[in-house]
Design a protein around this ligand. Sequence first.
Ligand code: PXP
Length: 239
Amino acid sequence: MRLYVNIDHVATLREARKTDEPDPVQAAAECEQAGARGISVHLREDRRHIQDADVKALAESVRTVLNLELGAHDEIVKLGARIKPFQATLVPEKRQEITTEGGLALRKGDRRIKGAIDGLQRAGIRVSLFIDPSLKTIDMARELGVPAIELHTGRYAHTWRKGDAALNELQRAATHAKDIGLAVHAGHGLTYDNVRPVAQIPEIEELNIGHSIVSNAVFWGLEEAVRRMKKLVIEARNP
Ligand code: PXP
């Protein structure tokens, strides 16, 4: 199980003052020092947190791997293809949303998504699709020829205190995706309190976690926040 840390909110804090601190490059290095296996950033069309220069600098500085989250917008896809992160995760993006609210709505014959996948894959980038844990959507992702999907854990994150329905849905989705040959990632809304059951799903090989880690870094420091999350994830897998 690989823990990738999403450091968007380090840039959110910097953009609150439009200054040069805190620095996402330094944050990435500290996450790696604490055991993160990858660094994720979302270059949004509105550039509300991560900026183009951040992605370029991180592509140079990250020693593990860079996972660039991006919407299927021509301009961003072209930029991603030029920067060549190890992995690109295509996500839906709406301007007014506070965060990525749901998975990609995949439809047969959707030229925009297919074009984005092709453009990124031509540049040698591993492409993953951020989708809801629906078996039909997973089959569509497979048809689109990507090697990996990231299951949106938002419903689980909202409902985990009330029962296991969303967890069971994630388990079923992960099993199905692995069965048809897809690598399975997961993320969104995972916290120190709710990560364990998701980390225990054996088919999931990568978790992307941002908000909770960066939030708790305010109290514990970033390295300690990553270390504590990594410990939870590893212990969930090897009890
Ligand atoms: N995975 C994807 C594809 C995302 O867009 C995000 C949020 O940017 C995350 C994971 C991380 O979510 P959170 O910040 O809630 O941990």
